[in-house]
Design a protein around this ligand. Structure first.
Ligand SMILES: *Cc1c(COP(=O)(O)O)cnc(C)c1O
Length: 358
């Protein structure tokens, strides 16, 4: 790590590999397509895919993300979860042997025009109730016959996506699974339903292929608890340093908007990280942090380049000391809840100003 790094993330490859092992322990019979879209959920797609090389496939959102995996030299099957959007994309995906989700009629029409020079592996997606992507259940039988009749199309399987798998009290997941199974009854071949929450909590969704994302990175997809509840280990640690210290008097206020004022004479510190680095602007007073491994909390508003923190009970803290914002020793879920968001959003929000180590 550059000694002058002001904010950096460290990626623990062993944690990524361990977390893939946790997925396997939940679904020993299923194949695993690891979701590495959005630059490996912000972790860096090169380090993530190398730590997850035991994956059976990788899943990304876009064609560009799929091509990046090929540039990295990966020979795994790669699935484009949104499929293609133009003739040109269709040709490129075909040339690179990328698998793709077909969720809409226009995509099928594009693929049917392509030459049968190379096979085009496709997954047909059912809208089982999330109403984001996919075909209506009753369209599936005729669609399947069309795919069978198109020589370049090679059906890999059928899939759907769950809207509420993180809600254990919702009946929607059971309904979606049942609707999906009915829709694909006459179609032979692999089925895929489960994201992380479904892998952890909905065994009926496991089927032939699972598609974990967030749990690989060590975070829980659920509204409560954290990754360690499932033996997951955090892959990303986000850190910065103290760059200033001061004592303020009772009644002195801190930061933009003067939203926090000291109840007594206090020691506070300034840390070189802000929303310009991806630290969440909506993290409130009291959001936890670690200084030299000890817990303390955020005071006042998050600025673009800095935050202020309570050092009153940490008299040893000095300029240059390391502050952990989340990761090793501090669950990202805690920070996400304090900021009114989810770990996915925090991971993907790390900006290019932050250096990457490991
Ligand atoms: C991103 C994504 C996943 C992974 O979801 P997690 O909640 O991160 O496990 C699975 N399937 C699809 C279609 C996705 O887009």
């Amino acid at each position: 790590m550059a000694v002058d790094s002001r904010a950096w993330i460290t990626i623990d490859r062993a944690a990524l590999t361990h977390n893939l092992g946790v997925v396997r322990s939940y679904v020993p019979q299923a194949k695993i397509a690891c979701a590495v879209k959005a630059n490996g959920y912000g972790h860096g797609v090169a380090v993530t895919t190398s730590a997850l090389e035991q994956a059976d496939a990788f899943a990304v959102a876009t064609l560009d993300e799929g091509l990046e995996l090929r540039r990295l030299g990966l020979t795994h099957p790669v699935v484009l979860l949104e499929g293609i959007t133009s003739d040109e994309e269709g040709r490129v995906a075909q040339a690179h042997g990328l698998q793709q989700v077909v969720h809409a009629r226009y995509q099928l029409q594009i693929l049917q025009q392509l030459p049968p020079s190379a096979p085009i592996p496709v997954w047909l997606k059912v809208d089982s109730g999330m109403h984001r992507l996919g075909f209506d259940p009753e369209e599936m039988a005729p669609l399947w016959r069309e795919v069978e009749a198109t020589p370049q199309l090679q059906l890999q399987g059928v899939m759907t996506h769950l809207a509420d798998a993180d809600d254990l009290h919702s009946s929607h997941t059971r309904e979606q699974c049942a609707r999906f199974e009915r829709a694909v009854e006459m179609i032979p071949g692999p089925r895929s339903i489960a994201n992380s929450a479904a892998i952890l909590h909905w065994p009926q969704s496991h089927r032939h292929w699972v598609r974990p994302g967030i749990m690989l990175y060590g975070a829980s997809p659920m509204g409560q608890g954290c990754g360690s509840d499932y033996r997951l280990r955090p892959a990303m640690t986000f850190s910065s340093r103290l760059i200033a210290l001061r004592e303020i008097a009772a009644g002195d206020c801190v930061g933009y908007g003067s939203t926090w004022c000291a109840p007594r004479r206090m020691r506070i510190g300034t840390v070189a990280v802000g929303y310009g680095d991806g630290y969440p602007r909506h993290a409130g007073n009291g959001t936890p942090l670690l200084v030299n491994g000890e817990r303390t909390s955020l005071l006042g508003r998050v600025s673009m380049d800095m935050i202020t923190i309570d050092l009153d009970h940490l008299p040893q803290a000095a300029v240059g000391d390391i502050v952990v914002l989340w990761g090793d020793g501090l669950a990202v879920e805690e920070v996400a809840r304090a900021a009114g968001t989810i770990p996915y959003d925090l991971f993907c929000g790390i900006t290019s100003r932050v250096s990457r180590v490991g």
